[in-house]
Every structure is written in structure tokens, then in C-alpha cells.
Write a protein that binds this ligand. Structure first.
Ligand code: HPA
Length: 267
């Protein structure tokens, strides 16, 4: 951790980020719009190279609306074969760099019929269905406690700021529960039926590990899903990654405007 942070600080000088943003599918180029310092993951000691299509894999430091941010352009997914430690390491690094707030974005499938592709969903809570937990292993007491409370991972005030921002921009939004699976296969209709019964509104293959670790180390979390498709069995249409990317691209401008509005409102 020391060598990671030291390397990053050498590039960023006295720029201290207050807000971290994990850019999910389709949102990656948000970071390109701001004058910034970009550091590829493969140059950072102890970071691994992220390989997912459409993701650049770098940390981007920029001031947006007067806020110092660090953005992850591309994230590590558990389904790529990375360990939970690798998936969540950047969150711990961002904590060390100084962030107090983390905005986590993702693409997700809509589990209930009244949630529609193209809508943005503020995550109110999650269900960890990944069968593991990123905090398993020796605890670092300097970061957080052994048995951390998870009763409000997604900060209510941040959700309120998100909602107000969406309303101001007339962007369609929902609030709901995100179920995290490992992927990479999409779910079966029976699994989606189960998730619906369990109280989930959206399903996706990321976010849960990062949110757990952020909350554990005292970072306030705002989670926003871009609903890119009806989840398996909600309609008769088979799922494919192309549809996910297409919807994410269609919603991108709204999503970017929302992020900027949220950043301008945060104190
Ligand atoms: N299921 C899981 N992950 C996803 C989906 C989905 O339907 N859409 C986008 N990411």
C-alpha cells in the first residue's frame, strides 16, 4: 500500500482527492472530459491490468465543479478471475489518498417490470449474492473493525442529493435494491424470480465488493445503476452484452450530467 500511494502521489503532487468515482460500463469516457492527470493501472505498483472491453484501466485525477476527484476508468471484476482483494484494493488506495465519498456506478438488469431499461437507479441497499466477502482474511484494524456494521452502506443524504439532482435535470430515476452476483453468465429466469422475491430491483456483477469495503473504511457511498436491460425472464428477449453497452451509451449523456450536478451540490 505504501509503495502504491507513494507512486501515485509522485504524479499528483499536492492534489488531494476528496471524492472517488468508479465509472461503470459506458461511462468511462466521462473522465476524458476534464483536464486531468491519468495514471494507467499497469504503471501503479500492486495494481493489476483491467482487461474488460471498453474499459481503459486508469486512475484519473481531475477537478470537477470545484471538487477534487479521483476516477477509476475501468474496474476489476470478480468474474475476470481477480481475487476480492484485487477488486477492492483501489478503494483502499483511494481512502489512503484522502477520499471521504465514493460514487459507484454500474450497469444492471431491471428485475421488476416497473423498473425500465434507460432509467438510472439510486441504490438504497444491496444483497451480496457473490458467495464471498471482500473482508474475509486478516483484518487491518487501521482501516476498519473486524465486524463492520452494514445497516446503511448507501448514504441517505447522498441519495437525497442524487434524487434532487435528477429531478432538477428531469432525468428518469428510481430507487432500489441491487443484488450482486459473480457473473459472468447472466442469470436464469428462475434466479431473477428469486431475486425479485428477495426484494431486489436490479441485478449486476459489480459494486457490492467495493461498497462493502468503502463502508468498512468509513467512506460515504452513493451507488447509481444504469438499468440497461430487463433481467432474464422479465421479457422473452435473450440477454446480450451488446444491448447492455448500447443502452449504457444511450443514457451516457444524462448520466454524465447527473454526475456533474451531484458533484456541484456536494460540500
Ligand atoms: N444481469 C447481471 N448483470 C448485468 C445485467 C443483468 O441483466 N445487465 C447489466 N449487467
Amino acid at each position: 500500500m505504501e509503495s502504491t500511494v507513494k507512486y501515485i502521489r509522485k504524479q499528483t503532487g499536492n492534489f488531494v482527492p476528496e471524492i472517488g468515482i468508479i465509472l461503470g460500463s459506458g461511462l468511462g469516457d466521462f473522465a476524458d472530459e476534464f483536464k486531468s492527470i491519468a495514471i494507467p493501472y499497469n504503471e501503479i505498483p500492486n495494481f493489476e491490468t483491467s482487461k474488460v472491453e471498453g474499459h481503459k484501466g486508469r486512475l484519473v485525477f481531475a477537478q470537477i465543479e470545484g471538487k477534487n476527484t479521483v476516477m477509476m476508468q475501468g474496474r476489476y471484476h470478480f468474474y475476470e478471475g481477480y481475487s476480492m482483494q484485487t477488486v477492492t484494493y483501489p478503494v483502499k488506495v483511494m481512502k489512503k489518498l484522502g477520499i471521504k465519498t465514493l460514487i459507484i456506478t454500474n450497469a444492471a438488469g431491471a428485475v421488476s417490470g416497473d423498473y425500465k431499461p434507460g432509467e438510472l437507479m439510486f441504490i438504497t441497499d444491496h444483497i451480496n449474492f457473490m458467495g464471498t466477502n471482500p473482508l474475509i482474511g486478516k483484518n487491518d484494524d487501521k482501516l476498519g473493525t473486524r465486524f463492520p456494521d452494514m445497516s446503511e452502506i448507501y448514504n441517505k443524504e447522498l441519495i437525497e442529493i442524487g434524487v434532487k439532482s435528477a429531478q432538477k435535470l428531469s432525468i428518469d430515476y428510481q430507487k432500489g435494491v441491487y443484488a450482486g452476483t459473480t457473473g459472468p453468465s447472466y442469470e436464469t429466469p428462475a434466479e431473477i424470480n428469486m431475486f425479485r422475491h428477495l426484494g431486489a430491483n436490479a441485478v449486476g456483477m459489480s459494486t457490492v465488493p467495493e461498497a462493502i469495503v468503502a463502508n468498512y473504511c468509513g467512506i460515504k457511498v452513493l451507488g447509481i445503476s444504469c438499468l440497461t436491460n430487463y433481467a432474464s425472464g422479465v421479457t422473452d428477449t435473450p440477454l446480450n452484452h451488446q444491448e447492455v453497452i448500447e443502452t449504457a451509451n444511450r443514457v451516457k449523456e444524462n448520466f454524465k450530467n447527473l454526475l456533474v450536478e451531484i458533484l456541484s451540490t456536494l460540500d
